[in-house]
Write a protein that binds this ligand. Structure first.
Ligand code: COA
Length: 407
């Protein structure tokens, strides 16, 4: 087993390898592209370098004793993770394993979308077992081996940085100086099939590593994938206003909203008050957003009525329309504008991709949203924008004690 442990920012070779595994590698690729600076200067705070931190690690695990070279091709099995513990209680780690790919490389959007994956409304959420049902015992064992190695390395890193982080960020970590609290577990975003194999080792004959990961939290979402070229153009980049059919309750009417971004502390406070997902002010200001707000008066900005962000893993974050404006096309127009405006920014940090005008707008062309299987409104928005449900992704809190040790 060889583990590559790179601080703060990914190498071009790591980005290139993950790009060859699109769309399955999308969340980790995007998280690494953001760590590499994809949002620098275009986030709401205008900051540079906020996609990573001095605590971040980029971890790749390979069977064998060294990283594969370009000549080895893209089919060498591997697992990859981005880990930044100072983001706690936000997601600290994103994990990908090449074994989660659903087909041979290279994957073409036409092939992926050609399959009839328009699932029934009652499709079960907990799909880990279903996602790996066809995997051979060897594939399960290899996937477990590679991912467990990354998580175990993550545990070592947590033990090293815990005292420093607990002392520096007592408010974030609850109890001042209590390092023990966050060497216990880690919040991870992971493919739901991999989550399942981590919890369920095969028979002792098939897999000698008996670790069965225990979770203190589990929440699964559908991964919806969009292709840039399928996302309709519902507003023009030069538009400054969006006409709604809404008439205000005071009878005065509110004919149009103004295109903007989420950029003030008041804006962010409103966004945080409308979501149950833990997000910090700093993180929301460190990612790009689009928003619609009422027209202000006396030089003041009006109140936000709808908003959407590109998350640190490139997914559509916190799409929201205030109740009074729902059902008028705001969410689909916002999400389409967000994707069309920002899909191209991720490839800007890749050296090997040309900078044609098409690449600047579209990049690799993949966009994504994680939507709860019970959220009909959001599913409706995704379908309207041409997206397909591709697999199930899970947020888990994994106990370090249950990870076991490399043999
Ligand atoms: C989901 C949400 C953002 C939709 O906002 P919206 O502005 O009303 O949505 P739109 O008017 O743009 O609707 C777009 C599509 O979604 C679908 N849709 C919207 N509301 C729906 C509902 N209540 N039931 C079923 N489908 C619905 C429709 O297909 C619609 O397309 P159409 O107008 O072409 O028929 C809004 O309901 C909301 O803020 N909900 C709470 C927060 C939330 O769940 N966010 C998503 C987190 S991932």
């Amino acid at each position: 087993m060889y583990i590559e442990d790179i601080p703060e920012r990914p190498t071009q070779a790591q980005l290139r390898l993950l790009r060859a595994h699109l769309p399955y590698s999308l969340p980790v690729l995007r998280r690494l592209q953001v760590a590499a600076g994809a949002f620098d200067g275009i986030n709401s705070a205008g900051t540079m370098g906020s996609g990573t931190s001095t605590y971040a690690h980029i971890l790749f695990a390979y069977d064998g004793d060294k990283a594969p070279t370009k000549e080895d091709g893209d089919n060498v099995p591997f697992a990859a993770a981005f880990l930044d513990l100072h983001k706690t209680p936000e997601t600290a780690a994103w994990v990908y394993a090449s074994d989660q790919d659903q087909g041979p490389l290279p994957v073409r959007a036409e092939d992926l979308f050609a399959t009839d994956n328009d699932r029934p409304d009652d499709w079960v959420v907990d799909r880990g077992a279903e996602l790996v049902a066809a995997w051979s015992p060897e594939r399960r064992a290899r996937c477990r081996r590679l991912v467990l190695a990354l998580l175990r390395r993550g545990r070592t890193i947590a033990q090293e940085v815990a005292p420093v982080l607990a002392a520096q960020l007592p408010a974030r970590f609850g109890i001042p100086d209590n390092a023990a609290a966050f060497v216990k577990s880690v919040k991870i975003n992971i493919h739901d099939g991999i989550r399942y194999v981590l919890q369920h080792p095969g028979t002792p004959d098939e897999d000698t590593d008996r670790a069965a990961v225990t979770l203190s939290y589990y929440d699964a979402y559908d991964k919806w994938l969009f292709r840039f070229e399928d996302v309709p153009v519902l507003s023009q980049p030069e538009d400054t206003e969006y006409a709604t059919s809404f008439s205000g309750t005071d009878g005065a009417g509110q004919p149009s909203l103004v295109w903007d971004s989420v950029h003030t502390r008041d804006d962010v406070a409103l966004v945080i008050s409308r979501t149950a997902i833990p997000r910090t002010v700093e993180t929301l200001l460190s990612v790009p957003s689009v928003a619609l707000r009422e027209k202000g008066e006396d030089g003041k900005e009006g109140t936000l009525q709808a908003w959407a962000f590109v998350g640190v893993d490139g997914s559509l974050w916190t799409l929201h329309t205030e109740p009074a404006y729902r059902g008028r096309g705001l969410a689909k127009t916002l999400a389409a504008r967000l994707f069309r405006q920002y899909c191209g920014v991720f490839d800007a940090i890749l050296e090997t991709v040309g900078s044609s005008e098409e690449n600047q707008n579209k990049g690799d062309g993949w966009c994504a949203a994680d939507v709860s299987a019970s959220n009909r409104q959001s599913q409706g928005v995704c379908k309207r924008l041409g997206a397909k449900r591709a697999w199930s992704t899970a947020w888990i809190v994994a106990s370090y004690d249950s990870l076991g040790y490399d043999e």
